[in-house]
Structures are given as structure tokens and as C-alpha cells.
Design a binder for this molecule. Structure first.
Ligand code: DX5
Ligand code: ZN
Length: 227
């Protein structure tokens, strides 16, 4: 297991990863230090290519800039086609974990995971709300992170899809049964109303964009999401 996660897993604590997509980019450095002071455990970086998803966000240059400033580890969420081609550059930009979408790859998932591990980076597999857990079951023993989407990827500020809660529970049971090392990260529509169901279902890293960066008080928002 990635050593980054060992402490978190051992403590059983729920972590909060603010999604930088919802930050004010004109004062990005301040936004990062503000969420860190407010208790962020990780930063969640959403990379969108305008092809796998119908939106474009930012690329490795911005990840590198964030890395220079950040004190907490970066979890990069690639919403791009051909993650094999770009995995290296996001590791070199300072990501501690790189997650790619199962749906973006025909075959060669294991090759990407091995490549990330060879470079000393954590590997995460992400699945859309309508993708069953069974489609990535053979990868679960190899990954450090399982990213369960509770919205369809592409945009911040969408409504939480409650149906995914059953999949979070399933992933949690499976992890316990087989003693898998992955952490369960949940992403999309998490706010003060939805966070408790995610925690109860077994979510371990809760991603929140709008609910953190849209709040007046980042500390209260992060604390409430953590529970
Ligand atoms: C969606 C992204 C999410 C998003 C979360 O494609 O992967 O990380 O930024 O934003 P909120 O918390 O606003 O749903
Ligand atoms: Zn994301």
C-alpha cells in the first residue's frame, strides 16, 4: 500500500480533499493555503480534456504550480482519453496519486497501474456512476485508490446521485472481505447534507469542490464534511 495512505487507513479517520476546480484561480495560492489551514487532508485536482468529458480544465503546468505551493499531497483525477500517454507527466508534476477512468481505457489498465507504481506514485481507478464495481474487480488488488463518482464527470456543482451509495457499501465490504489496500474516494455533489451518507456507506476520502470553496468559512465546511 502507498505509505501516504497507511496512516489514514490505520487511524480509520475520514479525509477531506477539496476539489481545486471550484477555487478562485485569480488567487489560487491563497485558496490553497486557506483550505490547508482549514484542515484539508489532500487536494483533489480535476484534469479534463474536452474529449473524455465535455469540459476542459487545466493540465500539468497548473498541477506543478499547485505542487510548489501545497503542503498536503495531491490526488490527481484524470478525466482524459489515453491516460497511459499522459500518466508520466502528471507524476512528474508532483501528484502523489494519479487516478484514471476505467471507461477511458479499452485494455491496458494494468500497464498504467504498473507504470504509476514504477514511478513511485499511487494508482487510482475511477468509475462513473453507472459503471458497476464488477467491471474493475480484477484491478482492485492492485490499486491504492478506488474513486467512485457520485456525478457524471465534467463539471463541479452537480447534484449527488444517491444510487451510488450502494456501490460504496459494496466496495467497502469487498475491501474488508479480501483485505484490499485501496482507499475509497467519493467525488461529486458532496456537501453538508450528503456527506454523512457517504461516510456511513464507507467513503474514506470525501472530495468537495463547491461545498468548500463556495462556503464563507472553509474550516466549518471541511469539519462538517469530515463529520
Ligand atoms: C467532476 C469532478 C469533481 C468536482 C466536484 O467532474 O471530478 O471533482 O469538481 O465538485 P463538486 O463538489 O462541486 O460536485
Ligand atoms: Zn474529481
Amino acid at each position: 500500500m502507498n505509505s501516504l495512505f497507511r496512516q489514514l487507513t490505520d487511524s480509520g479517520k475520514v479525509a477531506v480533499a477539496p476539489s481545486v476546480l471550484a477555487a478562485d484561480f485569480s488567487i489560487l495560492g491563497k485558496e490553497i493555503s486557506d483550505v490547508e489551514k482549514a484542515g484539508a487532508d489532500f487536494l483533489h485536482l480535476d484534469v479534463m480534456d474536452g474529449s473524455f468529458v465535455p469540459n476542459i480544465s487545466f493540465g500539468p503546468m497548473v498541477v506543478k504550480t499547485i505542487f510548489r505551493q501545497a503542503k498536503v499531497p495531491l490526488i490527481t483525477h484524470l478525466m482524459i482519453n489515453d491516460p497511459l500517454k499522459y500518466a508520466d507527466i502528471f507524476v512528474d508534476s508532483g501528484s502523489s496519486v494519479v487516478s484514471f477512468h476505467h471507461e477511458a481505457v479499452d485494455s491496458g489498465h494494468i500497464q498504467i497501474i504498473d507504470k504509476l507504481h514504477d514511478k513511485g506514485c499511487g494508482a487510482g481507478i475511477a468509475i462513473n456512476p453507472d459503471t458497476p464495481l464488477s467491471s474493475v474487480e480484477d484491478l482492485l488488488e492492485r490499486v491504492d485508490l478506488l474513486l467512485l463518482m457520485t456525478v457524471f464527470p465534467g463539471f463541479g456543482g452537480q447534484k449527488f446521485i444517491r444510487d451510488v451509495l450502494a456501490k460504496i457499501e459494496e466496495a467497502s465490504l469487498l475491501k474488508e472481505k479480501h483485505r484490499y489496500g485501496y482507499l475509497i474516494e467519493v467525488d461529486g455533489g458532496i456537501n453538508l447534507d450528503t456527506a454523512s451518507s457517504v461516510r456511513d456507506a464507507g467513503g474514506q476520502i470525501l472530495v468537495a469542490g463547491t461545498a468548500v470553496f463556495g462556503a464563507d468559512d472553509y474550516y466549518s465546511a471541511i469539519s462538517a464534511i469530515r463529520g
